[in-house]
Design a protein around this ligand. Structure first.
Ligand SMILES: N[C@@H](CCC(=O)N[C@@H](CS)C(=O)NCC(=O)O)C(=O)O
Length: 228
């Protein structure tokens, strides 16, 4: 495969990210519809490219990238002449953008995956309602920092311009709402606006197909239902 793009994975907030970025950029690519924790993860072709047994993966020519954040940074850099989804490397704005994106990935995505491990995947990682509720509270504290950043006026995390930071943040907000974490009205408004984008809708149709939704349904509302 030379020069072409292929995305492995559908069904989750992390897999949504490359589909959404590619839809924003208007770039054609191939999708391999594998869902986490299904037989698809044992596909021989997948195992050849998979570094860590995780999705999403982006194959771009001979290059393979296996972290959703790194995939988005790469796509934004490589295709910046099409649409600017990140500020130019070395600029002050880029430093601020990196700060926001890494905050989302390490402080907002991470507690959601603690919940996933100890609630949705308790058979594998162990059941822990205490860890789940602590992770939910931590998540809410951290999202309130980005809510302050949005303030009353800004449409997007980087101000007036949509960027990869919004794809990362919005995918986490969608994930949180899906599992039953209540978001503030400011964050709900932000999420509604961002997900009205045509590119989001196109990516969501692919990522959250009927098959994917029925496979992942058992997560829905699970945190809201949890009581210690
Ligand atoms: N930090 C990685 C996380 C990737 C990840 O954990 N993916 C999950 C689906 S959201 C997965 O492949 N899980 C399968 C497994 O752990 O067996 C990213 O953002 O790409």
């Amino acid at each position: 495969m030379s020069g072409s793009l292929r995305v492995w994975g559908i069904g989750t907030a992390r897999t949504l990210r490359p589909h959404w970025a590619l839809a924003e950029l208007g770039i054609e690519y191939e999708t391999r519809d594998i869902l986490p924790r299904t037989r698809g993860m044992e596909d021989r072709d997948f195992l050849k490219v998979s570094q860590r047994g995780k999705i999403p993966i982006l194959e771009s020519g001979d290059m393979v990238i296996g972290e959703s954040g790194a995939i988005l940074f790469h796509l934004a850099d490589r295709y910046r002449e099409t649409i600017e989804l990140s500020p130019v490397a070395g600029s002050d704005q880029r430093a601020e953008f990196d700060d926001v994106c890494l905050f989302v990935l390490t402080e907002i995505d991470a507690p959601l995956y603690v919940i996933r491990r100890h609630l949705g995947l308790q058979d594998v990682y162990g059941e822990s309602p205490v860890a789940v509720l602590a992770a939910r509270d931590y998540f809410l504290r951290q999202v309130s920092e980005l809510e302050k950043r949005l303030g009353d006026g800004d449409e997007f995390l980087m101000g007036p311009k949509f960027s990869v930071a919004d794809i990362l943040f919005s995918s986490c907000l969608g994930w949180a709402a899906f599992i039953g974490i209540d978001l503030s009205s400011r964050l709900t408004d932000y999420q509604t606006q961002v997900t009205l984008r045509a590119a989001y809708r196109k990516a969501a149709r692919k990522n959250f197909s009927a098959e994917a939704q029925s496979a992942m349904r058992y997560q829905q509302g699970e945190v809201a239902q949890l009581r210690l």
